[in-house]
Design a protein around this ligand. Sequence first.
Ligand SMILES: [Zn+2]
Length: 95
Amino acid sequence: MERAVKTIVEYTNEKPPTNQYPRLLVSPPSSAPCCFSGMGEVGPPQEDERWVFQYKRCRQCGYVVRVILREIPDAALAAELCALFAKSFVRGFAP
Ligand SMILES: [Zn+2]
């Protein structure tokens, strides 16, 4: 079975914000001023192919964000990014 990167967050105005973690989180489409101080962790940190992340949810309006905690080291990916960076560096500074 293929491991697809999927999100459990649904951003919508059509439904009231709900926390049915780990199945579904319904969130308003955009954050509000309350979100800056009202975010609480939802569930433990999780991993997908590249990132360790954690869902955070506003206790007041239910806005959900996926917070990246750290990148999972991947030698091949790092090398690829390095090459890409080197290329754009050369292009950017060539006359
Ligand atoms: Zn909020």
